[in-house]
Design a protein around this ligand. Structure first.
Ligand code: PLP
Length: 451
């Protein structure tokens, strides 16, 4: 069995149970895995539908040009369809979008025009205006306009909704999805509510977007609009595809919480997803008190994490934005240590001397030095086993004869998380040299004290 072309592989994506990231949430939580589409995002569905509906209406002729303003995913879906169907494509996008997304569109043969993010939608430089102008000037071109083109939400009404209904055996109680153009949540939500009017549809919004306030008050408040970092969700306009009647509530998620949650999904579930997927799961956590153990929640995610390797999956990027707590480092443990004395013994010391020193100072391990050089280590248990196994042994034996390997030496800039990897049954401590050259011995006890 084979498909006639890649477009036939769009949709029928798997549903996957989420296990660890949903700890504390009473309901069964399922992820609708739309990263399995050929463009690695859910937008392949609506891109194809918008294009095919335009073909049916005669809005685009063979060899024509597809024009769209897109943050990347719709562009990818359109570019795939354009390649298969033989159209040219031009995409306008905002300078906030990841470079990966833009390069990917170019890789698919599209032309990309990058426009400034922080301008009004009706500013001639905005990516909406540039797309509109191009479509007016170019013959045989079709401006897709995913915001107001209702084939967008229809695609989800016809495919995403029925798939979820079938995959949950009609048992879904809550649908959660990020809202950008609104196509995903409105189309999917409407289909599902037609099957079960009690179903709840929760939209995930960002701080800096107008949706939540508009939904709750009917007021389009420009004061709600400000720049944010999350990609794909939240808007400064009201797209026609957002069906406010279908959506029961909007929940706003911060840039930081969305990014951190996406990272957890990768590390704890093995599922590498985009930024807005993190926001959707962070929103789910914020709303968990409204769920019960009998509920079945489906979280529809939008895209794959490979497009965000330079962003949310990059520690420096995260740190620069204050999204990562500063990690505890070896130097922090040194600073917090009350007794900073570096107690060591020399290779020329006897077992008896070393044992006495350990008892007097109440310490369990020590480095063994040859002058200034670290030669080995000795622990309480090494000495005890030596004495027990050799009852006749001479405690005047040199410690060098029974010492173990030297403790690992670590940099004071090493993170604590990495440092603990060096502490195991073969090595009960590590040695760190600070900026002044002074040596410090650090044990698990010191880490616990510092934490
Ligand atoms: C990454 C990402 N998340 C979420 C969305 C929102 O989906 P919709 O436009 O269907 O509301 C989009 C849409 O552009 C997106 O690209």
């Amino acid at each position: 069995m084979y498909y006639s072309n890649i477009l036939e592989t769009i949709g029928n994506t798997p549903m996957v149970k989420i296990n660890k990231v949903v700890a504390g949430i009473p309901a069964l939580v399922l992820l609708k895995g739309d990263t399995f589409n050929p463009g690695h995002s859910i937008k392949d569905r609506m891109a194809l539908k918008m294009l095919e509906d335009a073909e049916k209406r005669g809005d685009i002729q063979p060899g024509g040009t597809i024009i769209e303003c897109t943050s990347g995913n719709t562009g990818m879906g359109l570019a795939i369809a354009a390649a298969v169907k033989g159209y040219h494509s031009i995409f306008t996008t905002s300078d906030k979008q990841s470079k990966e997304k833009i390069d990917l569109l170019k890789a698919m043969g599209a032309e990309v025009i990058v426009c400034p993010t922080n301008v009004e939608p009706d500013d001639p430089k905005s990516y909406y205006s540039v797309a509109r102008k191009l479509s007016e000037e170019m013959p045989n071109s079709f401006w897709v306009n995913q915001y107001d083109n209702l084939s967008n939400r229809l695609a989800h009404y016809e495919s995403t909704g029925p798939e979820i209904w079938e995959q949950t055996g009609g048992k879904i109680t809550h649908l959660i999805a990020g809202v950008g153009t609104g196509g995903t949540i409105s189309g999917t939500g409407r289909y599902l509510k037609e099957q079960n009017p009690d179903l709840k549809v929760w939209g995930i919004d960002t701080y800096g977007s107008v949706f939540k306030k508009y939904h709750e008050t009917g007021v389009f408040d420009e004061k709600e609009i400000y720049p944010y970092i999350t990609e794909g969700i939240g808007e400064d306009i009201l797209p026609k595809n957002v069906d406010f009647e279908v959506i029961d509530l909007f929940e706003k998620v911060t840039d930081k919480d969305g990014a951190l949650m996406a990272r957890r999904l990768a590390r704890e579930e093995g599922i590498l997803l985009g930024y807005s997927a993190g926001s959707a799961f962070a929103g789910l956590h914020q709303l968990k008190d409204q769920l019960t153990k009998d509920d079945i929640v489906v979280v529809v995610i939008h895209d794959h994490g490979s497009r965000y390797v330079g962003k949310i999956y990059n520690d420096d990027w995260m740190r620069e934005r204050g999204f990562l707590e500063e990690e505890l480092k070896v130097k922090d443990i040194i600073a917090k240590k009350e007794d900073k004395a570096f107690r060591s013994v020399q290779v020329t010391n006897t077992v008896r001397e070393v044992f006495k020193m350990m008892k007097e100072n109440d310490i369990s391990q020590m480095p063994v030095m040859n002058g200034e050089d670290i030669q080995g280590s000795v622990t309480e248990s090494t000495i005890l086993s030596f004495l027990l196994e050799n009852p006749m042994a001479n405690a005047e034996k040199l410690i060098a004869d029974i010492m173990g390997p030297a403790f690992p030496i670590v940099s004071e800039d090493l993170s604590c998380r990495q440092m603990v990897r060096y502490i195991n049954k073969n090595s009960s401590a590590v040695i760190a040299r600070d900026k002044t050259g002074t040596l410090h011995i650090l044990t698990e006890y010191d880490i616990i004290q510092a934490v």
